[in-house]
Design a protein around this ligand. Structure first.
Ligand SMILES: NC(=O)c1ccc[n+]([C@@H]2O[C@H](COP(=O)([O-])OP(=O)(O)OC[C@H]3O[C@@H](n4cnc5c(N)ncnc54)[C@H](OP(=O)(O)O)[C@@H]3O)[C@@H](O)[C@H]2O)c1
Length: 433
């Protein structure tokens, strides 16, 4: 929950009067927010006056007050005396335009929209400041986990340099199923049937959802600005059961890991599947849980974890932001919310040990050929793993490599990919300690 605000000249609210709230988007999160508001009725004085959704008639429910105005016209909300708009429609447009319009109309906004905040967050926070309104977006990352307020306020006294985490429950679910022996296609189908994955799962499995959250974490925690498209994202699509078998031999499991590290104005940032030690907190995260680990120069490591999605946990984050706004109408622009300093460099060039899985048509000299290419790039082989029982015409084996930069690894891989003995493209993952 990070809020851009500058309301020092705003007239103090008459405490006897209920604050008027509009819900824009009455889907999973929007309806959970409404239920939570009714469950909390009376503290503090707030009144849900508008619910806005396209084709709103079919959305009507009988458990909201008869006084609520159901509308499919956002202009009706903007013209009203609503103080806070809760934007819960999702997607970039029209959500971005509606958040802008609400701020310009003198309304504070709470949003759960990671796409909008990842792409336009700085601009919208500046707009909020100019219009003396607040913009809160705690629900954008980690669902019900108060990680953004934890980073921006709880750890404001530290200088954070690293954030890593598991930010997407769908990937977690799919990876756990592959670990139990399912193929990627089977695991995805199951995730869709269980309601964990969308019909089009691209955003989740190719890392775009986690990337948007990482942009926001980098802005709030590391005080740096990066565009989503500048973050390297690697999919979990190519993972197979055999990767977990080899990962287990290495004392690891596999997770989709989002990480960012800032040193001397240089930001390294990536979303990718990675081997993580079975003793790491990242390995313990299951199903819809999320975890975010921050590292500060003074305070060391802090771990935030909990339910990263779902109507109720996300509604808690939205309502917490709302209550903060209503309780702090004169909140000042915090130092920690100031725009970021420019970066000298943005890359995904982390240094780490590497896991390289190759599927080959077995023949003599394969290992020597690979070693030759790797040594050209100054990459040292650590160990070779080849389990028995595989077809020699499509033999999967794994090479682990000593710590090297991912750019160097990619350059070597580009050359390895041309090898005639390969049956499929090699799979590379960093091994995180
Ligand atoms: N669900 C979660 O677990 C979760 C967690 C964290 C953050 N979030 C974020 O919360 C936001 C809402 O997610 P959700 O899961 O509640 O989505 P949802 O269930 O699809 O609800 C979105 C609602 O907004 C309405 N809507 C969409 N576009 C609209 C438009 N152009 N005009 C008017 N109404 C429109 C939809 O109407 P229709 O019924 O016609 O589609 C639907 O009722 C998103 O930004 C999402 O990323 C969700």
């Amino acid at each position: 929950m990070v809020r851009a605000s500058s309301q020092s000249e705003k007239a103090p609210r008459d405490r006897q009067q209920a604050s008027k709230i509009a819900l824009v988007g009455f889907g999973t999160v929007g309806s959970a927010v409404a239920r939570l508001l009714y469950a909390r009725r009376g503290e503090p004085a707030l009144e849900l006056t508008h619910i806005c959704n396209r084709q709103v008639k079919r959305k009507k429910v009988n458990w909201v007050s008869e006084r609520v105005c159901w509308t499919d016209d956002i202009e009706e909300v903007l013209r009203s005396d609503v103080e806070v708009v809760l934007e819960l429609i999702g997607g970039l447009r029209p959500a971005y335009d509606w958040v802008r319009k609400a701020l310009e109309a003198g309304k504070s906004v709470v949003t759960a929209n990671k796409q909008v905040m990842a792409r336009y967050g700085s601009e919208l926070m500046e707009l909020a400041r100019r219009n003396r309104q607040q913009l809160a977006f705690g629900a954008c990352v980690g669902g019900g986990i108060p990680v953004l307020s934890g980073l921006s306020q709880g750890l404001a006294g530290d200088r954070l340099f690293k954030i890593s985490g598991i930010l997407n429950g769908t990937c977690n679910y799919i990876l756990t199923r592959i670990e139990s022996g399912a193929s990627f296609a089977e695991a995805l189908k199951e995730a869709q049937a269980a309601g964990f994955a969308e019909a089009d799962p691209t955003e989740d499995i190719d890392g775009l959802d986690a990337r948007a959250k990482l942009v926001i974490l980098v802005r709030v925690g590391l005080k740096a600005e990066v565009l989503p498209e500048n973050i390297v994202c690697r999919s979990i699509r190519d993972l197979a059961f055999v990767d977990f078998q080899y990962a287990h031999e290495l004392g690891c499991t596999i997770r989709q890991v989002s990480r960012a590290e800032l040193r001397d104005g240089r930001l390294r940032v990536a979303v990718e599947p990675a081997l993580v030690s079975r003793h790491s907190p990242l390995a313990a995260v299951e199903g819809g849980e999320n975890i975010i680990i921050s590292n500060g120069e003074f305070g060391g490591e802090t771990v935030f974890s909990g339910l990263g999605a779902g109507g109720n946990p996300t509604a808690v984050a939205v309502v917490s932001d709302l209550l903060y706004i209503l309780g702090h109408p004169s909140a000042q622009l915090a130092e920690s919310d100031r725009p970021a300093a420019p970066l000298a460099e943005i890359s995904s060039d982390f240094e780490a040990r590497q896991y390289l899985r190759l599927v080959v048509k077995d023949s003599p000299g394969i290992l020597a050929g690979l070693a030759g290419i790797l040594s050209k790039y100054d990459i040292n082989i650590d160990a070779v793993f080849q389990n028995s029982g595989h077809d020699k015409a499509a033999l999967p084996f794994v090479i682990t490599l000593e710590a090297t930069q991912s750019s160097r690894m990619e350059a070597a891989l580009a050359e390895i990919k041309g090898s005639a003995f390969l049956i499929e493209a090699p799979l590379r993952m960093p091994i995180l300690s």
